[in-house]
Ligand binder design. Structure first.
Ligand code: HEM
Length: 223
């Protein structure tokens, strides 16, 4: 593994693999959250299953956390290496002349998503870990019913949190708009399917963040 990460192409390849993994995570996260709008009972059932099934908790969740950390650390490493290369090498980034605004600002959109994730963990993940593993209550119940839907709804009552989340989702869209193209390029996807893949990437980058915005606004206005 360290051998792969010693070359520029290897680092980009590993970055792209971690990106695809996170895109799959975000998609399943979106589908589950969508149930909070479509059917609160189903959302409760799925949340309880995801939060208590040992394979998800002790195998998938640690892999996810490692994937997130790897993606951020590698993003910073690539940014620093690129900046160094740009200073002295011939293949110089000449601003708007040979790259788009978003591609030059992946580090900033990524940085804001990192800020969003820290806030998001404090809002949802840490209270879950606290209830389950510190308090030791694995029942998922509160006042005789599953607590997940109610807890989620409560979080979107303050408009400032809804606004902050929506800014996070816009940055996610910007990050993904360039990220998909870049990831396809890094794994060498340059064939007759490339156009279709890029179209799919653009659709994903717009539809998923818009869907998250819809979910946050829905709970704010339907409380
Ligand atoms: C309306 C939008 C969103 C809602 C309602 C929401 C809701 C939640 C909830 C309820 C949890 C706790 C799961 C648990 O029991 O551990 C969670 C965890 C998490 N969310 Fe979100 N989320 C949203 C958007 C996002 C986005 C856009 C991202 C990524 C960019 C994201 C990344 C995560 C991560 C990494 C976790 C920790 C997963 C784990 O290991 O449990 N979320 N979210």
């Amino acid at each position: 593994m360290s051998g792969i990460l010693n070359s520029s192409i290897g680092r980009k390849f590993a970055m792209a693999l971690s990106a695809f993994f996170l895109m799959i995570f975000v998609l399943q996260h979106f589908v589950i959250n969508l149930f909070s709008v479509l059917s609160p009972d189903t959302f409760n059932e799925i949340s309880h299953f995801m939060g208590t099934f040992w394979v998800i908790q002790y195998v998938i969740q640690p892999i996810l956390i490692i994937g997130v950390i790897f993606h951020f650390v590698m993003g910073f490493v690539l940014e620093i290496k690129n900046n160094k290369a740009n200073g002295v090498k011939y293949a110089k980034n000449n601003g708007a002349a040979n790259s788009t605004w978003m591609s030059r600002n992946m580090i900033w959109s990524g940085g804001f998503i990192l800020v969003f994730l820290v806030i998001h963990f404090i809002d949802f993940w840490i209270p879950e870990i606290n209830t389950k593993y510190i308090v030791g209550d694995m029942s998922g119940m509160h006042n005789g019913e599953f607590r997940y839907f109610h807890e989620l709804q409560e979080k979107f009552v303050p408009i400032w949190r809804v606004a902050l989340y929506c800014v996070g989702f816009v940055f996610l869209a910007l990050h993904l708009l360039h990220g998909f193209d870049s990831a396809f390029q890094s794994v060498g996807a340059n064939n007759k399917y490339t156009k279709g893949l890029k179209g799919f990437g653009k659709a994903y980058a717009i539809i998923i963040p818009l869907g998250f915005i819809f979910i946050a606004l829905f709970h704010h206005f339907n409380h």
